[in-house]
Design a protein around this ligand. Structure first.
Ligand code: CA
Length: 409
């Protein structure tokens, strides 16, 4: 699509995308939209009156997170997107006239967490991942538990330790049980891992006691981000029975700074994995509810180049986002704007599409080769994990940017 910044249709942040983020301008977190290697400062744009025709309360762009803007609702998200696409295509627009004030160099910007996250839920929606973990942690013959094909299994995570891309992650300490030992020991985790996930951001508040029907669930989603749910496998193995993950997961999760809206993802809609046996009526849906999003993970040792160790796709997930949100609220649990709901590790069928080192190294039994000649089973201090996500067809690309994090001792 023609635009006066000459940003390619195949840039991650093409005019078809326009993802939202928050960057620091003069020390103050400031809402923005990415376009190519630039960002549009939404606060300055609003102060200049550029959005006067949109009936969006200007105060939302003076906030330090996107929550207030998100709460204005789907019609506002759509109106602002439409305005920006039109203004970026028209060299006589007010946006063009004020470009020196409102455009900021994205490549040198400091991004911050774009939303205030009240609650974080993590699902477990990849059948390949759940099967692989079941084989390794429990019983190879009965890897999937009996509930798995009936319930979008999930747990409540910890919002306080979600950080923005680029934040170093300290190797967690905890209790583990060495092989053949009967008593646990305390110390740094020896099996720090990533989990390749996508997360969606809740866009609409609900009341306690009300449920979101699966048919309306997508209207409650603002957008998506690429998400690394760091995990400590040795801590997890010892602590997870009977209530599930706790300290093995809550030391950190890293989200990319950009939230891609559902409207931008619309051209990349695709069918979900066939569900058998049939799910209960409140989880049944019509139409295509999944999205074709390519996912990649690089491991970068300190002072060395990257090796792409996994290539997966969001379309592999068994339970789609509409089902996840319908299930989450079916008991009357209320959700809030800015809540983060992650997919769970997204693995495909092929070994190179596994979304964690636990699976890539098959429980630490296999070496994962790196470009520099080294190998890994789990993450070492100084290693950086970079996750990328993008959608692309013959006419356009819509990218999520990167979730980057380095494990430090
Ligand atoms: Ca997870």
């Amino acid at each position: 699509m023609q635009n006066w910044l000459n940003v390619s249709d195949f840039h991650d942040f093409s005019i078809h995308n326009l993802p939202y983020g928050v960057f620091k301008r003069d020390g103050k977190p400031t809402p923005c939209v990415a376009i190519g290697d630039w960002m549009i400062d939404l606060r300055k744009s609003s102060e200049l009156g550029l959005f006067n025709g949109l009936s969006i309360d200007a105060s939302v762009f003076n906030a330090t997170t996107l929550n207030d803007f998100i709460a204005t609702g789907k019609a506002s998200w759509s109106a602002l997107r439409q305005y920006l696409q039109t203004a970026l295509s028209d060299s006589n627009s007010d946006l063009h006239k004020h470009r020196d004030t409102i455009l900021v160099d994205r490549l040198n910007a400091t991004m911050v967490l774009p939303i205030h996250i009240g609650d974080y839920t993590d699902f477990y929606s990849s059948i390949e991942h759940a099967t692989n973990v079941g084989k390794m942690f429990r019983d190879p013959a009965n890897a999937l538990l009996p509930n798995w094909r009936h319930i979008p299994v999930g747990y409540h995570g910890r919002a306080s330790s979600i950080v923005v891309s680029g934040t170093d992650i300290k190797r967690p300490n905890g209790q583990t049980i060495p092989p053949d030992a009967t008593q646990p020991v305390f110390g740094p985790s020896k099996r720090v891992d990533f989990e390749l996930e996508m997360a969606f951001i809740v866009g609409r508040q609900t009341e306690l006691g009300s449920a979101i029907p699966v048919s309306q669930a997508e209207d409650h989603i603002f957008g998506m981000t690429v998400f690394n749910d760091w995990s400590a496998r040795d801590i997890q193995k010892w602590e997870y029975v009977p209530l599930g993950p706790f300290l093995a997961k809550n030391f950190a999760s890293t989200m990319a700074p950009w939230i891609v809206t559902m409207e931008a993802l619309e051209p990349f809609r695709c069918a979900s994995v066939k569900q058998e046996p049939a799910v209960l009526p409140y989880l049944q849906y019509e139409g295509d509810k999944n999205f074709d999003i390519s996912l990649e993970v690089d491991l970068i040792p300190e002072g060395s180049g990257p090796t792409t160790i996994s290539k997966s796709n969001f379309k592999y997930i068994y339970w789609n986002m509409a089902q996840q949100l319908a299930h989450h609220t079916v008991n009357g649990c209320n959700v809030n704007v800015g809540d983060v709901m992650a997919s769970g590790t997204i693995s495909g069928k092929d070994e190179n599409s596994y979304g964690s080192m636990l699976e890539l190294s098959w429980g630490g039994k296999k070496d994962i080769p790196l470009q520099n000649g080294d190998t890994r089973k789990f993450i070492l201090d100084g290693d950086t994990i970079t996750m990328r996500a993008f959608c692309q067809d013959e006419t356009r690309r819509v990218g999520f940017g990167e979730s980057v994090g380095k494990i430090v001792g």
